[in-house]
Each structure stands twice: as structure tokens, then as C-alpha cells.
Design a protein around this ligand. Structure first.
Ligand SMILES: Nc1ncnc2c1ncn2[C@@H]1O[C@H](COP(=O)(O)OP(=O)(O)OP(=O)(O)O)[C@@H](O)[C@H]1O
Ligand SMILES: [Mg+2]
Length: 290
């Protein structure tokens, strides 16, 4: 379990704090998405979770290990793996297998165990067969999968992704998201920072950050349906929420509709029930409502 207590952080003394008295618990196996406008403090917050940053005040504990204790840092970084937007910065090996073996190789494990972990991690991300490739010859998407494999070979309890899908094409994104679903099934906690609301919908829990604070924390559906709150923080609500809001003047609907499938069902029902009586389908009304 990750426990954050009264965490505040400023990059330099006398500068305005970037994180303001954050309290948060993350359970094992949770799938959590962190959203918030540019500069709201998401990256600063998650860098505290593997001791890349240390609190100016307050505490961060990973499975009972306080990040203030330097002797805990190695174990904290083994438990909490992090993937960034740019995988180039995370490549250390001269070959794919060497790169993935780097982390477990430092854990003083028997070489057979290192090999087992490398094989398993490459299988998990779909890079089996790439063992001898030079990492710099991989495509951007493959490099991101390699970064993920390197982290999986450490058998972490928590995986953090900081906009790690933002430069991937739709197929690459889906691949990474499918891996996250699989990791969650294996009991690994996922903390995914993203600006993509459709990705956020896949989480169990969404945290909404604004100006260094957690503004909202709840079920993904509840947070992402709150169009006004998202807009007030400079975020665009999911496309379907926007679409269904604009359709509201035409029919009574109290349901929360968030996914494409839900919207398709609702619109088809609406079309089937359309008997033409007492309905004003004028475009002007929708515009004024929006
Ligand atoms: N090394 C640094 N020194 C001083 N200020 C910093 C430093 N890194 C970040 N900041 C400031 O801290 C604030 C929060 O930045 P952070 O990177 O955590 O935001 P973010 O929510 O991750 O934004 P984005 O969505 O753009 O990635 C910003 O105002 C930023 O300018
Ligand atoms: Mg960031």
C-alpha cells in the first residue's frame, strides 16, 4: 500500500509550493488514473512515489517504507517502476535482452533467475524474438514496450506511467493498455498519468489534480461525467459526455452515458422511439444549450 500524508513540495525554498498538503492512499492492485491540466503537479506527485523527489514536508510510505530514509530507496525503486513519455532516456543495455536484464542483474539473483525474468518480461510485452536487437534500432512504440519489460523484470508491486502512451499510435496505445489490464489482473497496482479521457475511463479510480491539490478522487465514471468540474480545471470532458450533453434538449435522459457503446445504444433507442410527436429537433435549441 502507498500512503501519502500531508505531502507538500516546493522545488526551491521560497518558491510557491507545487504540491499542497496531499493525503492519499493507494491500495495494492488498484488501477488508478491521474488527470489534471498542464502544470497542476502530476509529475511532481508521482516522482515522490519512487523517491525521485523527497517531500519538503509530510511523508510518503511504500509498503511501510518511508522515502525519507535513504536506506529504503533501493527497495522502494524495486517496488515502484516508472515509465516516462520518452523511452530513449530509459535505455541502458546494448541489446534488448541486456537492457531488460540490467535491473534484475543488480539484485544479486542467480543468472538462471535473471534469464527467466527477462524471458517472461519480453513475452509479456510481445517482444520475444527481439532479444539480440540493438535498442536504438527499435521503433518508438517498441522502445516503450522495452521500457515496460525492463520494469516488469524487477517484479514491481506498482507501475507508474507518466504520459507513456501519448506518443504512441492507436495500435501501440491499445497494446500498452491491454498489458496494463493484464498486470492489474496479476495484482499489480497501476498509476497512469494521462491527458486522454478515454484511457482514464479504463481505470477503477480517477484522481483529478488542480494547482497542486487533489480536487476530486472517485470512481472513474463519476469524475469523468462531471463536465463542469473538468472544464473549470481546463480539461476537455470525454467526447461522449460532450455529445450526449448536446443531445439533451431533444429527449429526457437521466442515465450516465460515457462510452461509445452506451451512446450507440441510447441513440438507437432514441431513433426507434421517435414517433414524431411533440419533439422540436431545431438545431438552434441545441446550440443555445451547449
Ligand atoms: N525542476 C523544477 N524546478 C522548478 N519548478 C518546476 C520544476 N519541475 C516542475 N516545476 C513546476 O512545477 C509545477 C508542476 O509541474 P509538473 O511537471 O508536476 O506538472 P504536470 O501536472 O505533470 O504537468 P504536465 O501535464 O504539463 O506534464 C509547474 O508549474 C512546473 O513549472
Ligand atoms: Mg507531467
Amino acid at each position: 500500500m502507498i500512503k501519502i500524508k500531508n505531502l507538500s513540495y516546493e522545488y526551491k525554498a521560497n518558491l510557491n509550493p507545487v504540491l499542497l498538503d496531499i493525503n492519499l492512499s493507494i491500495e495494492e492492485g488498484e488501477y488508478l488514473v491521474l488527470i489534471g491540466a498542464n502544470g497542476s503537479g502530476k509529475t511532481t506527485l508521482i516522482r515522490h512515489l519512487n523517491a525521485l523527489l523527497l517531500p519538503s514536508s509530510g511523508d510518503v510510505e511504500i509498503d511501510g517504507l518511508n522515502s525519507k530514509e535513504v536506506k529504503n530507496h533501493i527497495e522502494i525503486r524495486r517496488k515502484v517502476g516508472m515509465v516516462f513519455q520518452n523511452p530513449e532516456n530509459q535505455i541502458v543495455g546494448m541489446s534488448v535482452e541486456e537492457d531488460v536484464a540490467f535491473g534484475p542483474g543488480n539484485l544479486k539473483l542467480p543468472s538462471s533467475e535473471v534469464r527467466r525474468r527477462v524471458k517472461q518480461a519480453l513475452e509479456m510485452v510481445g517482444l520475444s524474438g527481439f532479444e539480440k536487437r540493438v535498442p536504438y534500432t527499435l521503433s518508438g512504440g517498441e522502445k516503450q514496450l522495452l521500457a515496460l519489460a525492463g520494469l516488469l523484470s524487477m517484479e514491481p508491486g506498482y507501475i507508474i506511467l507518466d504520459e507513456a502512451t501519448s506518443s504512441l499510435d492507436p495500435v501501440g496505445k491499445e497494446k500498452v493498455l491491454a498489458i496494463l489490464d493484464e498486470l492489474k489482473n496479476q495484482g499489480i497496482a497501476i498509476i497512469h498519468v494521462t491527458h486522454n479521457m478515454e484511457e482514464a475511463l479504463r481505470a477503477d479510480r480517477v484522481l483529478l489534480m488542480g494547482s497542486g491539490q487533489i480536487i476530486a478522487d472517485g470512481a472513474a465514471r463519476d469524475i469523468l461525467m462531471n463536465r463542469e468540474q473538468l472544464k473549470a480545471l481546463g480539461l476537455a470532458p470525454p467526447m461522449i459526455v460532450e455529445l450526449m450533453t448536446r443531445l439533451k434538449p431533444y429527449y429526457k435522459n437521466e442515465k450516465s452515458i460515457l462510452t461509445i457503446d452506451e451512446a450507440v445504444n441510447e441513440i438507437l433507442t432514441l431513433l426507434q422511439n421517435n414517433d414524431g410527436k411533440d419533439r422540436d429537433y431545431s438545431f438552434r435549441e441545441a446550440e443555445s444549450y451547449a
